[in-house]
Design a protein around this ligand. Structure first.
Ligand code: ADP
Length: 459
């Protein structure tokens, strides 16, 4: 059995099965065997099952949120927010199941018709991370099932309890064995079983770029379709004509979500010269107002990091930045000795050669860089292997549009710290991956396009 620990106090929250290879292969068989019947259901019926699942989980949303506070460490208000976010995908795709439209194309041949239809790609697999234990699973499975695919999921072994609870509710809602399967155990063995199986047509992965590359390499032999939501190194650009308080509020909300353990977390904060010092001071006041604590109460707090290696990584990045000349304006240490609670930390005058500039931090650290011109900040923002999201704050329409055009990322957010919801296409470019989740675009990743030429219609 895999033991699941509460990162706030190290207590055991529960356990999940450590499956053998034979058990994993049997679950893959069920996923593949269930495909024809599920794909053959009317789209309306698939949507109805998703809708039932949505309603049953909605009724118990607090139980899901509490479980997430315990196994992940995020605070209650965030956990409830995540449940609402994840439910949004189930609701959206319950509706979208009926709207996977095809096309007709004006014929190129006499007495013929050209018809384009969309078919579910087949049985699929997904691997998800621990930072959004509910939403990541809801988003992938709802899309796959709506399109008519079946799916087997390997959740993170750090947070499998929310995943199994979602599965339990899905069963009760009439989503049968095989249509939605779940496995936990050794990630490498399970990843290899998924990628080696030539019946699995697609893999959707959210996690590190490194593991994404391994999965892509292993999928080459069977040429799987893939959706990759990988690492990020988001720039957050603040121009000197902004309302500083608004920009600070947007930054704090985006950065402290899940204690900074989010792929879209602002990772490099570029502030224009003229407002750099006042911005840093206001940020310090805002950040120091927020408590660091376990999260079972309603108040927003910064929770623990997921495990000791996450703390070690953040400590090493801060130490390296300081060695290179950055100054600690706030935080820079654990909130309590021998715990996983790291204080929100502001680093100012961070030089470009510090490791923190090129590394995804995954912790509550705000590294502030100084810039002078728009051209300069555009070049520096794009100087990264990643391209998931970029944030910019400016009231100037021209600057805003140029940011949208000139920053190389899958998503650009102007004057807000909020990115994801079910109705928008979430995803990256460059080493942040490919494919989109959410919206009309998300479901297109689970269908293949079939063109049929109907000739001889004069007969
Ligand atoms: P993170 O740093 O967010 O934990 P990972 O990429 O390590 O990112 O983990 C994301 C998911 O990938 C988790 O479910 C993890 O168990 C899984 N994983 C890790 N290593 C492998 C691997 N070699 N093959 C398949 N899945 C893996």
């Amino acid at each position: 059995m895999i033991k699941v620990y509460n990162p706030a106090d190290g207590s055991v929250v529960g356990e999940a099965p450590e499956m053998t290879t034979a058990e994993v292969l049997a679950a893959i068989d069920r996923t593949c065997d269930a495909f024809p019947a599920w794909a053959g259901l009317l789209a309306k019926e698939r949507g109805a099952r998703l809708r039932r699942w949505f309603e049953m989980v909605s009724a118990d949303r607090r139980d899901f949120a509490e479980l997430m506070v315990k196994e992940n460490g995020k605070c209650m208000s965030e956990a409830l927010g995540e449940v609402a976010y994840g439910l949004g995908f189930i609701e959206w795709y319950a509706e979208e199941a009926k709207r996977v439209y095809g096309d007709t194309i004006p014929t190129h041949a006499p007495n013929a018709s050209v018809i384009v239809t969309k078919e579910p790609v087949g049985p699929t697999a997904a691997i998800t991370p621990w930072n959004f234990p509910f939403m990541m699973i809801a988003r992938k499975i709802a899309t796959a099932l709506a399109a008519g695919c079946t799916m087997i999921i390997k959740p993170s072994e750090e947070t499998p309890l929310t995943a199994y609870k979602l599965l339990d509710y899905a069963r009760k809602a009439g989503i049968p064995e095989g249509v939605f399967e779940m496995v936990t155990g050794d990630p490498k063995t399970i990843g290899e079983a998924f990628t080696a199986d030539d019946r699995i047509q697609k893999i959707s992965f959210t996690g590190s770029t490194n593991v994404g590359r391994i999965l892509a390499r292993h999928s080459a032999a069977t040429l799987k379709k893939m959706t990759m939501e990988l690492g990020g190194n988001a720039p957050f650009i603040v121009f000197d004509d902004v309302d500083v308080d608004e920009a600070v509020a947007g930054l704090v909300a985006a950065k402290l979500r899940n204690s900074g353990q989010v792929c879209i977390s602002p990772n490099r904060i570029y502030v224009q010269d003229a407002i750099y010092d006042v911005f840093a001071e206001k940020l310090k006041v805002a950040v120091e107002r927020i408590r660091v604590d376990q999260g079972l109460q309603e108040e927003f707090v910064v929770g623990p990091l997921i495990n000791q290696s996450a703390v070690n990584k953040v400590e090493a990045l801060v130490a390296d930045a300081v060695t290179h000349g950055a100054k600690v304006l706030s935080g820079g240490e654990l909130a309590r000795k021998n715990s996983l609670f790291y204080r929100p930390t502001i680093l100012v005058e961070v030089p470009d050669d510090a490791q923190i500039r090129t590394t995804e931090i995954f912790g509550p650290v705000f590294p502030l860089y100084r810039f002078t011109t728009e051209d300069e900040v555009t070049r520096r923002a794009n100087d990264t292997e990643y391209g998931l999201v970029a944030y910019a704050f400016t009231p100037n329409l021209g600057t805003a549009f140029r940011m949208s055009r000139n920053i190389k990322s899958g998503m650009v957010v102007i004057n807000s710290g909020s990115v994801g919801t079910e109705s928008v296409p979430f995803g990256g470019v460059k080493q942040s991956g490919y494919g989109r989740e959410g919206s009309y675009y998300g479901i297109q990743e689970y269908v293949s396009v079939k063109y049929t030429l109907m000739a001889g219609l004069d007969k």
